[in-house]
Design a protein. Structure first.
Length: 227
């Protein structure tokens, strides 16, 4: 791993960690709502044996800048800006929970840069009914999960690159049947269950890496980029 780095994306400072050889195909890791890029340190080195891995602190998390506005659309724009600023192409986005929503919205917005998705325990764009916390950042994000933009389903239906949807089984607090229903709507989607709960990459890192590596072998084929 190289040292933590910082980049300015449309006036917002985003911190990120980098693993792996510079010339390898890029993978971008997007953490969940109560985490930061450090959540990936146990799996990123394994993924970086043959990929250039970027683990981003999303706005308001980790070492990235706190702002006065938070939404999934802003997270999407930050990720798009990050890909543009580093000129990353043929990217596989791997998102956990909140980061998964940002990942598929990014793939919809910039299909020419994204060649694959891994969505780990990602809430589908159905009203979730979560209790809204007092935490400044989480309040905005959870409120959107409770009342998602119906247009997010358009993204699910239109993202044409290979998508691996990963769910954590009965120990997860997310509705597993609704995750499965989302998975089958991706034109080139596949569903895998690793029954360890909501944080698969933390609680079953070896199984997580094996599933992601198999998906990367498929997503890295030149003909599978999003149109």
């Amino acid at each position: 791993m190289s040292g933590d780095q910082v980049i300015d994306v449309s006036g917002v400072r985003l911190a990120y960690r980098v693993f792996g050889p510079p010339a390898a195909r890029p993978v971008v890791l997007l953490h969940g709502g109560s985490a930061d890029s450090s959540t990936w340190v146990d799996v990123a080195p394994a993924l970086a044996t043959d990929h250039r891995v970027y683990a981003v602190d999303l706005r308001g998390h980790g070492a990235s800048e706190r702002t006065d506005r938070y939404s999934f659309e802003l997270l999407r724009d930050d990720v798009v800006g990050f890909l543009d600023a580093l000129d990353l192409r043929d990217v596989t986005l791997i998102g956990h929970s909140m980061g998964g929503v940002a990942a598929y919205l990014t793939a919809y917005a910039r299909p020419e840069r994204v060649s694959g998705l891994v969505l780990e325990e990602t809430p589908p764009p159905d009203p979730m009914g979560f209790t809204v916390p007092d935490h400044e950042i989480r309040r905005h994000i959870v409120s959107q999960l409770n009342a998602p933009d119906p247009a997010w389903w358009d993204a699910v239906d239109a993202v044409a690159c290979p998508v691996l949807t990963m769910r954590g089984g009965p120990d997860s607090f997310l509705p597993q049947d609704r995750i499965a229903a989302m998975a089958v709507r991706f034109p080139h989607g596949r569903l895998v269950t690793i029954p360890v709960g909501h944080c698969v990459h933390r609680d079953a890192p070896d199984a997580f890496v094996d599933a992601v590596r198999a998906h990367l072998r498929h997503a890295d084929r030149p003909t599978t980029s999003c149109p």
